[in-house]
Design a protein. Structure first.
Length: 95
């Protein structure tokens, strides 16, 4: 049994989570080292959370049949870290 894919997947999760934690804010009210992706639409702000774009990228890789357990784990780690915030589902709000 080849456990290398599983090991790479776990390493990817740990790396993705750790790197996202490093660059993101300590909580939802603190700006991280990288700016959030927020844009305005008709008097509202739309926040593209990092867990959203990491899931989208993961799905794109799967659809394109690009297989990398390390990258899959990395993107899942980013997603897991982003889902720890209390405002994780606050996407559209008044500007």
């Amino acid at each position: 049994m080849n456990i290398l894919p599983f090991v790479l997947f776990i390493i990817g999760i740990a790396a993705g989570y750790g790197i996202a934690k490093f660059f993101a804010g300590k909580n939802e009210n603190v700006q991280g080292r990288l700016p959030s992706i927020i844009f305005r639409v008709r008097g509202h702000k739309v926040h593209i959370h990092h867990w959203m774009w990491s899931i989208a990228l993961l799905l794109l890789l799967i659809v394109l049949r690009i297989q990398s357990y390390l990258i899959y784990g990395f993107l899942i780690g980013i997603t897991l870290q982003g889902l720890n915030y209390r405002n994780r589902f606050r996407i559209v709000y008044k500007a």
